[in-house]
Design a protein around this ligand. Sequence first.
Ligand code: FES
Ligand code: FES
Length: 156
Amino acid sequence: MTQVSITVNGKASSRDIPDTMLLSDFLREELRLTGTHIGCDTSQCGACVVHVNGKAVKSCTALAVSLDGAEVTTVEGLANGELHPMQAAFNEHHGLQCGFCTPGMIMSGIDMVNRYKAEGRTLDEAAIRHELEGNICRCTGYHNIVKAIGDAAAKM
Ligand code: FES
Ligand code: FES
């Protein structure tokens, strides 16, 4: 067991955890933040994407003990009195069906918008589809997901 302290959605949390605990399990089981979903546990589906120190990470591929002192944002930490523009755009454009992939899609969407803006690149439809390579929607709702991310990009 190792003690880690990770700031999640602005709140510091210290826990004694097994060295093998994944960040996804730390969030869901230790902190009860079940908005981060686990679809495959093998780094393929993207349902578990969160932000670690401002960058999108598949939380099923990160060991929690390696993140001592890190800042993590989950989908629960996005709304600040009102929905984050990415959440609002998913709502407006019906960018979800069952919703299982949605937290990861939203976190990846925010990450790609931030990266493209920082680099002065245009996030067009082709770029959004390319960037979503690591996020799988088993309901195949990609068309509206792409529309939602494009709309949010214009508002963020
Ligand atoms: Fe992490 Fe699928 S649960 S990529
Ligand atoms: Fe069902 Fe994407 S909305 S998995």
